[in-house]
Design a protein around this ligand. Sequence first.
Ligand code: 0RQ
Length: 499
Amino acid sequence: CLDRIRNKDLLDRVCSPKEAAMLIKDGMNVATSGFTPSGYPKAVPMALADLVKETGENIKINLYTGASVGEELDGILAKNNLLNKRLPYQTNESLRNSTNNGNCEYLDMHLSHVPHYTKLGFLGKINVAIIEAVAITEEGHIIPSTSVGTSPTYIQMADKIIVEINTSQPLELEGMADIYMPKKPPFTRAIPIMMPNDRIGTYSIPCEIDKIAAIVVTDIKDNVRPLAPIDPISEKISHNLIEFLEKEVESGRLTNELLPLQSGVGSVANAVLAGLNNSSFRNLVCYTEVIQDSMLDLLDSGKVLFASGTSITPSSEGLERFKENIKYYKEKIILRPQEISNHPEIIRRLGIIALNTAIEVDIYGNVNSTHIMGSKMMNGIGGSGDFTRNAYLSIFTTPSVAKNGAISSVVPMVSHHDHTEHDVMVIITEQGVADLRGLSPKERAKCIIENCSHPDFRPLLRDYYNHALKNKSKHTPHTLDKALSWHTRFINTNTMHVD
Ligand code: 0RQ
C-alpha cells in the first residue's frame, strides 16, 4: 500500500467505505471527482446508500461533479432518493428520470463555469470532496486517476476530503495529468498554454494534508458506457464533415493538418471522429475534453499525434487497450483540469475546430443539445458551449430525423436554446452541409432547409418559412403561434408529420 499512500502518517486515516460515508450529513454540498463515467468515487457513495438504508436516516445532499459519473454514484444516489440537487452534467438514466419527474433539482452548467463558480463561492461551501486517486504523495498531494475534471478546485475549496484510492487504476497513470490552477478572478494572469501539448503544471493536485479526513481503498472499476455501433447515417455525417473540411483546405482557410480538434460525446461524435481515420488529413492534434475509443484509434494509427483532454473514457474494451499500452499513451495524452481544457482563453488562442452534436436545430441556426420537446432533460450542455462560442470553427452534427423518422431534427424554432445562431457556424446532417458563416437569418433559413433537412420534412419547412415571410417583420421571419407547433404535434400524435 506504501506505493499508493506514500506518507506513513496518513495510513491511520485508512478506513472502511462505511466509516468514510458517515462524514456525509444531510444538506451537505458534496463535490466529487469524475468526468464522463471516468475517475469518479464508487465505494463511498455506495456505502452511503447502504448506510441510509440501514439507519433510516433522512439524508439529501447536493452533488457537484466534473461532468457525468457512473451508476455507483449518480445511479445509486438517485435511485435511493439521496439527491437534492445535482450539477453540472449527467448521462445516468436513473438520475435523468429523477430530474425529469421532479425529485432532483438539476443545474445544467457550462463545464468551464464549474471551477469558476466554486472558487467564487457561488455554489456555497464545499463540505466534503470525495476524490478517486491512484496515489497520495509524501506531501499529501493527490494523483488523479483517469479524469481530472474539477478535482483541483474541489480539493482546494473543500473543508474535508475523502480519498478513494482505486487499485484497479494503474499507477502508471502518474505523469499523465498536468495540474495548473489559475488564480481566483478578477485580474488573473494569462494561462501560458500556447500549443495544445504544452505542459504548464504538476503531476499531482496540491492538497492540504490535514484536510484528508478518510482514505478508502477499493478496486471497483469505472462503469464505462457502451457506444452504439457506427451506423450508416453517422457514417454519412462523418463523410459530409470530411468533405466540408477538405473544401476548407482547398480554399486555403485550413491546411491538411487542420487545427486542434474538439469532439463531443455520444455515438454520433464517436462515429464522426472515427471517419477521420480514413481521411487525407494528417498530423492532427486534439484539444478536447473527453478521449473516447475513436481517439485511441486515431492515436494508434498515427493520424492524431497528440491529445489533450480532461478524461479518458473509452468503452470497456478500449479501457483494457488503454491500460495495456499506457506507456505509449502517456507520451501522447495530457489530462488537464476542466478549468484549463475548457477555458475560453485557450480555446480562442489555439483556434479550435469544435465538433458537437445537436438534438435539434432550427431554420435560423439555433441549436438545442439538451432538451427533448422543450422540457425533458437528456444529458446537459457539457462543454459544448465552452467550445462552440470560442471556436475558430464551430460545427454541429445531427441525423436529420430522430425516432425512426417521426421527428425532424430541423424545426422552425428550437424548443430549448443552448447554442445561439450567433455561435453556430456550420450544421451537418447526413443530408448535407449548411455553412452559415456570413449569412443573414433569411439566407441561413434557406441554406439549412435545402441542405440539412430530411426530404420528408423539407416541403413542410419551406411552407413554414414562406408563410412566415408574409409577416410584417422580415428580419427573422416567424409565425409565433406555429413556431413550436411541430413539437406540440409530436406530443399529441407521436409524430411531427401532418396527416
Ligand atoms: O434517444 O436513445 O431514447 O432513442 O436522443 O441520440 O442519436 O443516439 O445521439 O448518443 O450522439 O447523443 C446531443 C444527446 C446526442 C449528446 C446528444 C434522442 C435519440 C436518443 C441520443 P433514445 P443519439 P448521441 C462534450 C460536449 C450535449 C453535450 C455535449 C449530448 C438520444 O451528444 O448529450 O455535446 N450532447 N457535450 O432518439 C427527440 C430529437 C432527437 C431525439 C435525438 N430531435 N427529438 N429525441 N434524440 N434527437 C462532452 C462533455 O461535455 C462531457
